[in-house]
Write a protein that binds this ligand. Structure first.
Ligand SMILES: Nc1ncnc2c1ncn2[C@@H]1O[C@H](COP(=O)(O)OP(=O)(O)O)[C@@H](O)[C@H]1O
Ligand SMILES: N[C@@H](CCC(=O)OP(=O)(O)O)C(=O)O
Length: 384
């Protein structure tokens, strides 16, 4: 099945729409564009697809009611605008979906909600129940409390994370541009890519920096990063114009499609690799690196004390730690079975030489996921 066919036939879909497709810098929320989007989503829901809508636009929608001419620069004013704008946004969605006999539920997430396992599972359960009840969850970052340090960054990335939280078949990123172009779409001769099969296909893409007057935050660069995140973990992605939402959601005959480049990761492994906050590091020798990273998932081995050369950090049993190779590169992440203070007794010892209470895997193979490329940035550190 091609990636477009997967998007077209998806039973569960995450659709993300950007600020620039719902609002204007001067006029706040553009209700007619929002209505058109809702009509396209509602049609897909009626056809039997469960849709989670990730919608930006809170800050932009708050500008006009607050009499602000442009997006403020300071965080407190952005948060105030988001507080006002989110209300307008949710009301507009609730009204628009009601005209199609659909109920919406609002889900506002912070990165704290996903870096720790318990709230992550709570979010997963809530989505599951909402979808089971036939509700369309409308998701945004909880901008009113997110600080620069703990932000998801942009809603393209948030949408890729949500696609894994809900186990979506595909992700659709809708924007004010019809797809991914090889150059600034306004440049003469720029042409749209039809399909992307990995980062090498993006070598010829030049991404223009967003202008100061735009209402979006991420620009095309954040869409490409999110598409790479999702497609690398097995979820196909369609980048298309919001004005073509009906076509994109009906038959996926629009925009640029990103084919999956890696095996589908379970929600748990995706969480481990991309979301969990790391509390420390275990240093591995070469043999241990090979054991935990080589071959298909089913063949990978647990991390034993004998392959560990040291540790740092203040972790407890059950926390997530980075597994680091001899050259300091992060090769995997996993849930550690011991507290940091127990590690000195374990490091470098063969299992038979360990005290009976320590004779088990330090990181079990089921709780371990290799990190692609060996050096992905760690997500925001978890706080207790
Ligand atoms: N190579 C490119 N292909 C497509 N769009 C690009 C490219 N480089 C820059 N852009 C710009 O990215 C913008 C979309 O990003 P953004 O405004 O952040 O969208 P959104 O608000 O939907 O998240 C488009 O308006 C487009 O002008
Ligand atoms: N959470 C913010 C949006 C952040 C964001 O990523 O915006 P965009 O680039 O328009 O998708 C808001 O609702 O204003």
């Amino acid at each position: 099945m091609t990636a477009r066919e997967v998007v077209a036939g998806a039973r569960r879909l995450v659709v993300k729409v950007g600020s620039s497709s719902l609002t204007s810098v001067s006029g706040g929320l553009d209700v007619s564009r929002l209505d058109a989007l809702v009509e396209a989503v509602a049609a897909r829901v009626t056809a039997g697809t469960q849709v989670v809508l990730v919608s930006s636009g809170a800050i932009a929608a708050g500008l006009a009611p607050l009499g602000l001419a442009r997006r403020p620069r300071d965080l407190a004013s952005q948060q105030a605008a988001a507080s006002v704008g989110q209300l307008h946004l949710t009301r507009a969605y609730a009204d628009a979906f009601a005209r199609h006999d659909r109920v919406v539920g609002q889900v506002l997430l912070t990165s704290h909600d996903v870096v720790r396992r318990a709230p992550y599972r709570n979010a997963q359960r809530t989505f599951e129940r909402l979808l089971g009840l036939g509700v369309v969850p409308v998701v945004n970052e909880n901008d009113t409390t997110a600080t620069d340090e703990i932000r998801f960054g942009d809603n393209d990335r948030l949408a890729a994370l949500v696609a894994h939280i809900v186990g979506a078949d595909a992700l659709v990123l809708l924007s004010d541009v019809e797809g991914v172009y090889d150059d600034d779409p306004r440049a003469p001769g720029a042409s749209m890519l039809d399909e992307v099969h990995g980062v090498a296909d993006l070598d010829r893409v030049r991404v223009a920096k967003p202008g100061a007057a735009t209402v979006g935050t991420g620009g095309m660069a954040s869409k490409l990063a999110a598409a790479d995140l999702a497609s690398g973990a097995g979820v196909p992605v369609l980048v298309a114009g919001a004005s073509a939402a009906a076509t994109a959601l009906d038959g996926a005959e629009a925009g640029t499609v990103f084919a999956p480049t890696g095996p589908r990761l379970s929600a748990r492994r995706f969480w481990l690799r991309h979301m969990a906050g790391s509390r420390g590091r275990l240093h591995l020798d070469d043999g241990a690196v090979r054991a935990v990273t080589s071959g298909p998932a089913a063949k990978r081995r647990s991390l034993l004390a004998a392959g560990i050369t040291g540790s740092d950090g203040d972790f407890e049993a059950g926390d997530v730690v980075d597994l680091v190779g001899p050259h300091g590169e992060t090769v995997a992440r996993g849930v550690v079975a011991f507290d940091a203070e127990e590690m000195p007794e374990l490091v470098g010892r063969k299992t038979r030489d360990l005290a009976p209470e320590h004779r088990r895997e330090v990181v079990h193979a089921d709780d371990l996921v290799p990190v692609r490329g060996g050096a992905e940035a760690s997500p925001a550190a978890a706080s207790r």
